[in-house]
Design a protein around this ligand. Structure first.
Ligand code: ZN
Length: 177
């Protein structure tokens, strides 16, 4: 059974640590962690969550883009566990877009990210996957990847004026579209 797990919040030093490589994907504890993360991200209306956000220092995250009240325009995809992920190529184009984080509630930031990336990761069945992601899904990948290195999206803001509250974001961005 998947369990909902508390999400640790900005300021907790655990969020700033570097996560460790996952050696054995088929291990029961890793499979349980994946199920817990998928349940937790769905319940929180997130589009991604990284293991360090529930205090598990493992290089593993879930990308789970789907439209929800926090991201009404997100593309729909199956929640996917990405283990020991790597970015192997990056576009020259960088785009700024709004991000939030389940560990930074109430805040949104306009974050520059590569528009397209080529990635490799191990899936939950132990198979190496090579994929290209663009736009919003590429953004989620880069955001979650940062969590594995102890980086939070507010670190990537170019200017403190690029940070607004969730309520202002809802007024400005969501209700306008
Ligand atoms: Zn986050």
């Amino acid at each position: 059974m998947a369990e909902l797990t508390p999400i640790i919040q900005l300021g907790n030093p655990v969020l700033r640590q570097k996560a460790a490589w996952v050696d054995n994907v088929s291990d029961e504890s890793v499979q349980q962690l994946i199920d817990d993360l998928i349940a937790t991200v769905a319940k929180a209306n997130g589009v991604g969550i990284a293991a360090p956000q529930i205090a598990e220092q493992k290089r593993l995250f879930i990308v789970a883009s789907r439209p929800n009240p926090r991201y009404p325009n997100a593309p729909e995809m199956e929640p996917t566990a990405m283990i020991n992920p790597k970015i192997v190529a990056r576009s020259t184009e960088v785009v700024k877009g709004w991000e939030g984080c389940l560990s930074v509630p109430g805040i949104r930031g306009l974050v520059p990210r590569y528009q397209a990336i080529e990635v490799e990761y191990t899936d939950r069945y132990g198979k190496l996957q090579k994929q290209e992601f663009t736009d919003f899904v590429a953004r989620i990948f880069q955001h979650e990847y940062d969590h594995l290195d102890g980086i939070v999206f507010v670190d990537r803001l170019e200017n403190s004026l690029d940070m607004i509250t969730e309520q202002e974001y809802q007024n400005r961005v969501v209700n306008k579209t």
